[in-house]
Write a protein that binds this ligand. Structure first.
Ligand code: 5GP
Length: 250
């Protein structure tokens, strides 16, 4: 298992871009302005929450893992033609990103039943779906991010038909790229959550892609190597994040 120290030492501290005013602090990340109005800095914390922040804790080294894993996956996606907000890594816990006006929609893609889908439809976890399932959730913590559909989204003016088509297409493409990438590393991509936003009228993938936002199961053993270890008190949380780091970066 790679220690946090070793993991941190692979990138030099700091970057030439200076953090300006803090504009947002969420459960796992802080976003800062920079001197350039088109660019923001995203800082990854070790803080973890679940169930709408009713469960709180710290996962040591999580911020470093999520920052660097996200950077690697954004680079992979960019290389395959997916536009993302990622610009570059600045330090172990910071990335430079294009300024986005985030759409208030969380897009979930599922390949294997688990979590919310299993609960909602009373289906056991671990069933490989015949085809990927795409869900939209309204990004509202106070409402527990409820499931909604394209009619709600269009009627509320949260996105147009054209924008939703683009989001769907990108989400399914991202799924294929990530599924193959993780499969080569002996991991099944069970499901994941994406957030999109607009930068100069263009839709880009934003947020992060990490063990916080994906369910990753080791092939064969189906060992959970993601945030479910925290949500479900399974233990071995730090080790699971470091294991994903090793497989993604290795
Ligand atoms: P579910 O709807 O089953 O709870 O989540 C589906 C997938 O999306 C899981 O991989 C989960 O980690 C991710 N996901 C959904 N909503 C959130 C969220 O608010 N925060 C994080 N970190 N991940 C989420």
């Amino acid at each position: 298992m790679m220690s946090q120290k070793k993991c941190e030492s692979t990138i030099q501290k700091g970057g030439e871009m200076k953090k300006g005013e803090k504009i947002y602090e969420g459960k796992a990340k802080i976003v800062y302005k920079t001197d350039d109005p088109d660019l923001f800095i995203q800082y990854f914390k070790d803080d973890a929450t679940a169930f709408d922040a009713t469960k709180r804790g710290t996962i040591i080294g999580k911020g470093v893992v999520n920052n660097k894993v996200s950077a690697k996956l954004f680079e992979l996606l960019e290389s395959k033609g997916i536009p993302t907000h990622f610009v570059k890594l600045l330090s172990d816990r910071e990335m430079l990103m294009k300024r986005l006006k985030i759409m208030p929609i969380e897009v979930t893609v599922r390949n294997i039943t688990a979590g919310g889908m299993s609960k909602m439809l009373a289906i056991e976890e671990g069933i490989v779906l015949k085809e990927p399932v795409l869900e939209y959730h309204y990004k509202r913590d106070d409402l527990h991010d409820p499931l909604f559909n394209e009619y709600h989204i269009k009627a509320l003016g949260l996105a147009t038909d054209e924008e939703l088509d683009r989001v769907d297409t990108l989400s399914f493409e991202i799924n294929e790229i990530l599924k193959a990438f993780f499969s080569e590393r002996n991991l099944d991509l069970v499901d994941f959550k994406l957030e999109f936003g607009k930068h100069k009228e263009r839709i880009l993938l934003g947020d992060e892609i990490s063990p916080d936002t994906c369910r990753l199961w080791e092939k064969g053993t189906r060992k959970k190597l993601d945030k479910d270890r925290f949500r479900r008190d399974l233990g071995g949380i730090e080790e699971a994040y470091q294991e994903v780091y090793k497989r993604v970066m290795g």
